[in-house]
Write a protein that binds this ligand. Structure first.
Ligand code: NAD
Length: 411
């Protein structure tokens, strides 16, 4: 099932619970603007290469559009469209004053030199600079894009519109970015896991955690939960994983990965296990933090964890979601769980606009506050309406956008 169909199922469920009219549903499901542009560049060899770039601006009823820019060979308009809508619900769940957008260029960044990627990024800005900006639409890094690329975007945008650091977020800390942005998604995943455990009346020290994915989100989640005295019993990356019932040494894992370009292969502090085994490992919390669609109809029954925290986007398919619901497995949904990144992006935008700097502690405090409030609202709604956390999160997000649409007027 495509991501588009998946999020549509959850949208429909929430819209039914909210009793939204057909006309409101149609309005909320339609993108405000979809742009496709040609990006020709000269390669280092002197040849011309032409790429297609997309930006979908889904909904700005609650504020300027916000969403990442991804460089991946499979990027197409359908994918960008569905991810843009997800951003609308995500910014609304955590109640930050943004709408939702997404963009992308269909290319494999590994096949191009840094200078070529810089040319692609700057030409893309040339093509869409009139359509984004601090009060309009604010891109950020996503799959295949980096902080350095965000610096190029800011610099190129400035050539048309003057100094505007708030036109893009996720910039390097030394170039109008902020400390705490990089760790924010993983930190948010960790802190929401603790809030959920507390709400369920479970003891936190010694809680056994398994994490799939040891990249940006997986590593920061592991660090945060280790500091909270949880036991990380299994981790994996694309090359496979490691297990230790007594708890893996996370600092050792980080050192090991850092020395090997981020890869875990060759780690000796635990028994090896496959990615399929990691998903079925005996633990208290399973955190898929790598890819979408990893927990499916086929493997859902083998999951032993009573709690799944969706750090990646859409790691649980709707079929698996239904199985978990029947089994009483609690799933904390992606649109809430991984919203720490966009929340910290908002902090970066706020500071850029004020020409002021907060410091790391304030970023962390504000992040905890925003995510904590969102979690409580979703938790309370799930209890009072007897719905899953996912349906409750969509109800909070979709409901806020619908109310803003009515308040702002539709014509
Ligand atoms: P990343 O590229 O830094 O790390 C991805 C990790 O997943 C790597 O360790 C990689 O080896 C591993 N991986 C890849 N294929 C795998 C496989 N088949 N099995 C097991 N592991 C595999 O990415 P990230 O930024 O950590 O993002 C992880 C997920 O979280 C993605 O789904 C992303 O869309 C989502 N997400 C990230 C952010 C963010 O701020 N980084 C925000 C929201 C959502």
């Amino acid at each position: 099932m495509r991501a588009r169909d998946t999020s549509r199922i959850y949208f429909d469920r929430a819209a039914d619970e909210l009793d939204l009219s057909d006309s409101m549903r149609q309005l909320l499901l339609t993108a405000k603007r979809e742009v496709q542009v040609q990006i020709p560049i000269e390669r280092d060899s002197g040849e011309v290469a032409t790429f297609i770039g997309y930006r979908v601006q889904h909904n700005d009823a609650r504020g300027p559009l916000k969403g990442g820019l991804r460089y991946h060979p499979h990027v197409d308009l359908d994918e960008v469209r569905s991810l843009a809508a997800l951003m609308t619900w995500k910014t609304a769940v955590v109640n930050i004053p943004y709408g939702g957008a997404k963009g992308g260029v269909a290319l494999d960044p590994a096949q191009f030199s840094t200078r070529e990627l810089e040319r692609v990024t700057r030409r893309f800005v040339d093509a869409i600079h009139d359509l984004f900006g601090p009060d309009v639409d604010i891109p950020a890094p996503d799959m295949g894009t980096t902080a350095d690329m965000m610096a190029w975007i800011m610099n190129q945008y400035g050539k048309y519109h003057g100094f505007s650091p708030a036109c893009v977020t996720g910039k390097p800390v030394d170039y109008h970015g902020i400390p705490g942005r990089e760790e924010a998604t993983g930190r948010g995943v960790g802190s929401l896991t603790l809030k959920l455990l507390s709400r369920l009346g479970r003891k936190i020290p010694g809680t056994r955690i398994a994490i799939q994915g040891f990249g940006n989100v997986g590593t920061h989640t592991a660090k945060f939960l280790t500091d909270a005295e949880c036991r990380i019993v299994a981790v994996s990356d694309a090359g496979g994983g490691f297990h230790r019932e007594a708890g893996l040494d996370v600092l050792d894992l980080l050192r090991h990965a850092r020395a090997r370009g981020g890869r875990l292969t060759g780690f000796t502090g635990g028994d090896t296990l496959s990615n399929a085994e990691l998903l079925a490992v005996d633990c208290d919390v399973l955190i898929p933090a790598a890819l979408g669609g990893v927990l499916t109809q086929e493997n859902a029954a083998s999951v032993k964890a009573p709690l799944i925290v969706e750090a990646a986007n859409a790691p649980v398919t709707p079929e698996a979601d239904a199985i978990f619901d029947t089994k009483g497995v609690i799933v904390a949904p992606d649109i809430l769980v991984n919203a720490g990144g966009v929340t910290a992006s908002w902090f970066e935008w706020v500071q850029n606009r004020q020409h002021y700097q907060w410091g790391l502690n304030r970023v962390r405090q504000e992040l905890d506050r925003i995510l904590g409030e969102a979690f409580e609202q979703v938790w309370q709604l799930a209890q009072s309406r007897n719905v899953s956390l996912r349906t409750a999160a969509y109800m909070v997000g979709v409901g806020r956008v619908a109310r803003a649409t009515v308040l702002g007027g539709t014509t």
